[in-house]
Design a protein around this ligand. Structure first.
Ligand code: NAP
Length: 435
């Protein structure tokens, strides 16, 4: 029997479990450990609440979780309740699928002023992550700056723009929909340090900005290269750029009944945030591209007024003491996922925060191939029995998948009309609902 512990119950964790089941059949026992009492990681806390079709992939993960040889072991924090070294004594393979839940820090003067938020915090707030339920973002100002030209910047701008009615069918948490309904936002500026041809935004997500009830995108036509250059782009990117060109052609008359403007400011690198005890303005340097398509400052600066800055410039994996880590790239140090004998990483914890949810599937299958090559047959490890004894000795209140199903039922039962669920946002409430 092979015993595998997977740390993290997001997409990378579940695809790894699915792959291990397929590879080893009845000859494997898999524990998926999560520090929270609720599963699915990025699906629950990262994917935007108005993108329910993406969240539907959780049904596939549930099938894995409900099979006989897989367990969800929730409310167990690796590093606090149990160490990686201890897990290594119980399991033949320990796989870190911990994602990249921490923000890459915006390292500019004023970056620590109140009102400067990372996207992990802001996204976590509207998605009901217990760590960010009390964030209380300053939504009283008219101008918000969103830094970054990736899909997270788009999610953030769209969520800031939507009306209460546009959240119908979403599972945005009550505290966020109420706060957003009272917000005074009029201008959302999305800053990209490079140009329209260098965005990291996908067409479907970008296109959504063109169909908002009370907001319209604004793009400067002078920011584009010659139209002919679009033909050289790969098809997805070309579609995204086509959306941007359409936004640039939106007539002023269309904006008449749109009180919110989403302004794309390209070739714009934030250099400082200024204000007296809170954010008042963002200082931006105009950039241009060098021949390697890197952004370089031109020395020309300007400011925009804003009362909140949301930095969407990527994520990092939190280090774990004793586990080799690449500080520059914010992920575990590994050779294709092998960290140390018996210790592996997968998904964003291995390759950094890139790709779609589906990219984690081949990742999970690849790491299981490595495990199969390294552990040709199971050793004499105790597996889950050893973990259970240790957690009981330490008084850890483990949440099982069956408990989670009770939490889920309670969340469905308390949903506001038209919403699939109202999430519990405090760990203690989740645990109480699971009992
Ligand atoms: P991302 O795609 O890597 O985009 C990060 C953006 O931040 C880039 O435009 C980057 O610009 C910019 N940036 C980085 N450092 C900066 C700095 N110091 N100053 C100014 N700008 C800076 O990351 P993400 O948006 O966080 O998304 C993470 C992953 O999740 C991506 O794979 C994304 O596609 C995925 N995602 C998908 C969806 C969806 O499919 N619906 C939704 C959300 C997220 P440069 O290019 O110049 O470095």
């Amino acid at each position: 029997m092979r015993h595998i512990a997977i740390i993290g119950s997001g997409p990378a964790g579940y695809y790894t479990a699915e792959a291990a089941q397929k590879k080893f059949g009845d000859d494997v026992r898999i524990d998926i450990i999560d520090r929270l009492p609720v599963p699915f990681g990025l699906i629950r806390f990262g994917v935007a609440p108005d993108h329910q079709s993406i969240k539907a992939v959780a049904a596939r993960y549930e099938k894995v979780a409900l099979s006989d040889n897989v367990r969800f072991v929730g409310n167990v924090s690796v590093g606090t309740d149990v160490s990686v070294d201890e897990l290594a004594t119980f399991y033949d393979a320990v796989v870190l699928a911990t994602g990249a839940p921490n923000d890459r820090k915006l390292e500019i003067p004023g970056g620590d002023l109140p009102g400067v938020l990372g996207s992990a915090a802001f996204v976590g707030w509207y998605n009901g992550h217990p760590d960010f339920a009390d964030l209380d973002p300053p939504l009283d100002g008219k101008n918000v700056a969103v830094i970054g030209n990736g899909n997270v910047a788009l999610d953030v701008a769209r969520i800031l723009s939507k009306t209460r009615a546009e959240f119908a069918g979403s599972d945005i948490v009550g505290h966020a929909i109420d706060a957003l309904a009272k917000a005074n936002t009029e201008e959302i500026t999305i800053l990209g340090r490079r140009g329209p041809h260098q965005i990291a935004m996908t067409p479907k997500e970008l296109g959504e900005l063109g169909h908002l009830e009370r907001a319209a995108p604004r793009v400067e036509s002078g920011d584009f290269p010659e139209q002919a250059a679009d033909a050289l782009l790969e098809p997805g990117m070309r579609k995204s750029v086509t959306h941007l060109r359409e936004f640039a052609a939106i007539p002023e008359s269309f904006r008449a009944d749109k009180p919110v403007s989403i302004n794309f400011d390209f070739f714009a690198a934030p250099v400082a945030i200024e204000g007296d005890g809170k954010i008042e303005r963002l200082v931006i340097e105009r950039t241009e591209l060098d021949d390697q398509m890197r952004s370089i400052g031109t020395g020309e600066t300007y400011t925009i007024d804003c009362s909140m800055v949301i930095s969407c410039i990527g994520y990092q994996t939190p280090p774990i003491e004793g586990v080799p880590y690449e500080h520059g790239r914010g992920r575990f140090a590994s050779d294709q996922g092998r960290i140390l004998p018996g210790l592996y990483c997968v998904g964003w914890a291995r390759r950094g925060p890139s790709g779609t949810i589906g990219t984690n599937r081949p990742d999970g299958y690849a790491i299981v191939d490595l495990i199969a090559a390294d552990i040709s047959h199971g050793g004499r490890k105790s597996g889950r029995d050893g973990l259970d004894i240790l957690l009981e000795q330490r008084g850890v209140d483990v949440v099982t998948f069956r408990d989670w199903k009770k939490i889920e039922s309670a969340e469905i039962a308390r949903a506001r009309e038209g919403s699939p669920r109202e999430k519990f946002v405090a760990v203690k409430d989740m645990i109480a609902a699971g009992r």
